[in-house]
Ligand binder design. Structure first.
Ligand SMILES: Nc1ncnc2c1ncn2[C@@H]1O[C@H](COP(=O)(O)OP(=O)(O)OP(=O)(O)O)[C@@H](O)[C@H]1O
Length: 245
């Protein structure tokens, strides 16, 4: 199953972007602030209509899928998730089952386990920290067991251990055949954990390929305007960067 967009154009936010995401792998979308990463993700979640081009799930335009069906198949985590009601952590995660119309206790348990939320289940959502809240919102997406997980900066508020745990979990999801697409600002995490990196710059595709190619020093210079060196340590890559001249 492929999630694709052809010749996507939206005002000045996206300029003729074509991408096809594959299941079974982790794709990272990277790029500077305002490059169009969230716009692309929202479009692929079926939440934006483009001036030109369209997003497709296999051969079906997303716009033609019933909202409930779309929500079952595509789990979307926005950058700044709003929470309307002060429900408990568990009840909020359970809302991920809404498109299925069931309680899905096992799926909810798995999501709570994956995001290390056991101890917080009965806590009102207004009484958790920023990083815990981010984990709850992602658990809500996982509870829906979608074919596609589209997450906008899911690691931004997480501490290092929870970042690595979440990346491990997303790898399991990809290995289970799901499509995982995440917006990442941390280029070292993208290089080390993604199978493929898409780089956007000024609303256009600047690079698309294996992480070492898409995040090469040349691309970092051209897109981010930094002089960067990758250092290898035990198979992992660390990034040293300084402002470009
Ligand atoms: N609702 C909107 N209406 C009009 N322009 C918008 C809207 N949301 C974002 N933009 C503009 O579209 C461009 C792309 O925004 P987008 O949020 O996709 O960037 P991003 O790459 O996700 O950035 P960041 O790293 O800062 O989150 C930016 O120039 C932004 O100012």
């Amino acid at each position: 199953m492929t999630l694709s967009g052809q010749n996507l154009i939206l005002a000045k936010r996206l300029t003729d972007v074509s991408v096809a995401f594959e299941q079974g792998e982790i794709t990272a979308i990277c790029g500077p602030n305002g490059a169009g990463k969230s716009t692309l993700l929202q479009g692929m979640a079926g939440l934006l209509s483009f001036d030109s081009g369209q997003a497709m799930l296999d051969d079906t335009p997303l716009a033609l899928l019933a909202p409930r069906d779309r929500a079952k198949r595509i789990g979307y985590l926005p950058q700044d998730g709003q929470i309307a009601w002060d429900v408990s952590v568990r009840n909020l995660v359970q809302l991920g089952r809404l498109p299925h119309g069931d309680i899905g206790e096992k799926a909810v348990d798995r999501a709570i386990e994956a995001l290390d939320l056991h101890g917080l289940q009965s806590r009102p959502i207004s009484q958790v920290s920023g990083g815990e809240r981010a984990r709850v919102l992602l658990a809500r997406v996982l509870a829906g067991e979608p074919d596609w997980i589209l997450a906008d900066e899911p690691l931004a508020a997480l501490d290092l251990a929870h970042q690595l745990a979440l990346l491990r979990h997303l790898r399991l999801q990809a290995d289970a055949g799901r499509g995982v697409v995440i917006v990442l600002h941390d280029l070292a995490l993208a290089r080390n954990h993604a199978d493929r990196v898409i780089v956007l710059s000024n609303g256009a595709l600047a690079a698309d390929g294996p992480p070492d190619i898409a995040l090469s020093p040349e691309v970092l210079r051209a897109v981010w305007g930094v002089e960067a060196t990758w250092l290898s340590d035990g198979g992992q890559q660390a990034l040293v960067a300084r402002p470009g001249v």
